[in-house]
Design a protein around this ligand. Sequence first.
Ligand code: HEC
Length: 730
Amino acid sequence: MRAYLKSLAMAAPALMLGLAACGNTPSVSSEPAKPAAATFPLGSAAVNAERLIAADSEPGSWLTTGRNYGEDRFSPLDQINDTNVAGLGLAWYADIDTERGQESTPVVVDGVMYLTTAWSMLKAYDIHTGALLWAYDPKVDRKKGADACCDVVNRGVAAWNGKIYLGALDGRLIALDGKTGKEVWSVQTTDTTLPYTITGVPRIVKGKVVIGNGGAEYRVRGYVTAYDSETGKQLWRWWTIPGDPSKPFEQPELADAAKTWNGDNYWKIGGGGTVWDGMAYDAELDLLYVGTGNGNPWNQKIRSPGGGDNLYLSSIVALDPNTGAYKWHYQTTPGETWDYTATQPIMVADLNYKEGKRRVVMQAPKNGFFYVLDAKTGKLISAEKFAPITWATHVDMATGRPVEIPEARYEVTGKPAIVAPAALGMHNWHPMAFSPETGLVYLPVTVSSATYASPEKFELNLDGWNTGITFTAGPSVTPVAAGGAAPKTEAYLLAWDPIAQKEVWRVPNVDTRGATGVMVTSGNLVFSGNHAGEFVAYDARTGAKLWSAPTQAKVVAAPATFLVDGQQQVAILVGARGLPIGQKRTVPVSANNSRILVYRMGGKAMLPAEMPTTTATGEKVTVKIDPPLLTANNETVASGEGLFGQNCAVCHGATAVPAAGSIAPDLRYSALLASRGQWNGAVRDGDRAQRGMPGFKASLTEEQTDAILAYVIKRANDEKAAQEAAAKTP
Ligand code: HEC
C-alpha cells in the first residue's frame, strides 16, 4: 500500500454548515464520486467483534477512538508517507458550534465520521462530501458544567451493531441509530445527586457497553459498568474502592482493598478512583483493562489518616469483560496524595524482546513513569521515568513499588513541598500512539511542578472541589523542593522505546506548552497538533518536521486516518480554550475556531482568513453570544469597569474587546459568565494560571471580582443588543 494513488480527484464540495463560500474554491472533481468502498451501506455502523478484532485488516476505517481493541492508534495506511506528505492539503472542513475544549477522536466507519464536541454533542458527516448527515444534542443542563473539573469535554463515541454510543456529561449512556441519530435507548449510569460526570469513551466488548465516569475532585466513588448494547440493561458493575463499611462488599476483592484504607473520611467523601479515561481490551486473553483515578480528597492524610496503599486507586486493573470479575491489578502510585491518576490511555501490544515476543500492557500515567506490564498476569516487566519527576527516584523491581522521595509527602512531613509533576501530570489524557513498525511509543509530555501543602483545617465542600490541599506554602513559609530543584516547565513530543525504556527523540513545543494527542501511520509519519495552531507530520524515526498546516485553533485532540474511495485522508478536531497567539476568530459559531479539518493529497480547500460576514446563501452571519441577564446595579458595573481597565484590559482588551492579535479570549463570549463559581476558579483561584490566565485572589477582593463579572456581563449584553439591531437592519 506504499504506492501513492494517482487518482487524486475527488469531490470535495466543502459543505461547511452553510458557509461554503468563505473564500474557498471547492475543488470539484472531473470524475464522479465513487460509492463507498465499504461493503456496508452508508451509516450502517455495522461494527461487530470480528471487525474489531480484525481492525488491522480494515485500515480504511477507524473503528474505535483508539482504532483497535489494543488502542495503539497506529494506522497501517501508507499512501500518505514521508516521501510525499508535503503534498497534503485541506480537503474539507466544518465549523463546530461549541467553543469549549474539543477532545474527541473521530470514529470512521461505513462512510460516516462520528465525532463528539464539547457538551457531549455528536455529529455525523458523510466522508465523501463532508456533508453533515445528522447531529445529536443530549441537551445537558449547562449547570452540570460546574461538576466538570476540566471543562465540559467529551472524547468520542463507540460504534456497534448499527448503533452509536455516547456518554453524556450528566452521566447518561445513550445509544443512537447510526443512520439517523435517533435515540434507541438511554440510561442514567450515575447517582444524579452526586457530582459524577462522563467525558470518556464507551468501549464495547461482546455486545457489552462499558463506561466509567469522573468526579474525583469532588466527592464521588469510582466504578465502571457494563450495559447490554441492545437494551441498555445493566450487566455488571465493578467498584474501584471500598464503600460504606457497614454495608457488604460489592465484590470479594474489596475486602482486601478495605485493609489498605483508614478512618471514615474516604467513604463519606467518596474516596475517588474514578475510571474517567483509559481502557483497552485484549481479545486473545479476553481481558478488559481499566485505569483508575486519584484519591478523593487528594491529600491522603485527610482521606486515609495513617496512610495505606488505598487500593485500587491509581491502578491498572484487569477485569473479565463477561462478568466484571477482578483478575489482577498493578498500582502505580500507592497511597497517592498528588492527584496522580492512572486513568491515562492504556495500550495492548506485542513487544519483540531479545528473549522473544511478549504481550504487554503499556501506560504512561501522570506520575511520570512509563510502565510495561505482562498482559496476562499484570506482572511488572519494566518502569522508567519518561520525564524529570521529583516524587520518587525509581521503581523497585523486586516489589514493583515506587521508591518515594520523603519530602514529597507534604501531608506526612507537615512541610509544604514543591513536587514534580503537578496535578495535571507529565502525561494526561492526550492519546499516545505505538507503531509496531518502529517499535516506538509517541507520547505528548508536559513537564510541570507545583506546591502541595496541607490546609490548617479541612471542611467538606458539597458544591465544589475537595482536594484537601492548598497550593501555596502560606505567608512566610518557604516550601521544600522535593528531590532538588523543580524541573523547568516545558512540553514536548517524545518518541520512547518501550523495550529499552529510553528516549529516542523529542520535539519541543517551543512556542506553547500544552499537550496534544498523537497518531502514527505505516507511512513513517507521526501526526499531532499543537497549541500554536498547527497540525504537523513528523518523521516517525527521526522526529523531523515534514509537513504542517495552520489550524487557526489550539489542538488538543488526536487525529484519525481512513480511506475515502480508496484514497487516504486524515482528520483532526481542533479547538481548545482560547486562541493561538495572534490568531483572530474566523468561525461565526465558535469563539475558539472549533472545527473538524480533513486533509487529503492535493487538497486545495482554504480556511477563511477573516470571520465571514455573510453565509453562502447571502444571509448575515450572526455571532452566537449568549450572556446571562445583567442583575447588578450601575454603581457595581462602573466600579467593575475601572477594575477591568486596571487588571484585565492589558490582555483581554480595553472595554473587554480584545485587540487584533490579543493573546486572551473575548470574555463577552465566555460561558463562565453564567457561573460565578467557575468564573472565580479562573479569575480568583488561578486554575488556568498555566495557560496564561493569572489568578487574582491575592490582589482583588471577591466584591471586586464580582464587580468585574458584572461589567463583562454588561459588555456582553451590549454586544448582543448591537448584533440583534444589526440583524434587523436590512
Ligand atoms: C496576562 C494576561 C491576562 C490578564 C492580565 C488577564 N487574563 Fe484572563 N485570560 C488570559 C488568557 C491567556 C486566557 C485564556 C486561558 C486559557 O486558555 O484557558 C484567559 C482566560 C480568562 C477567562 C476564561 C474565559 C473562558 O471562557 O475560558 C476569564 C473568565 C478571564 N480570563 C478573566 C479575566 C479577568 C476578569 C481578568 C482581570 C481581573 C483577567 N482575565 C486578566 C490572560 C489574561
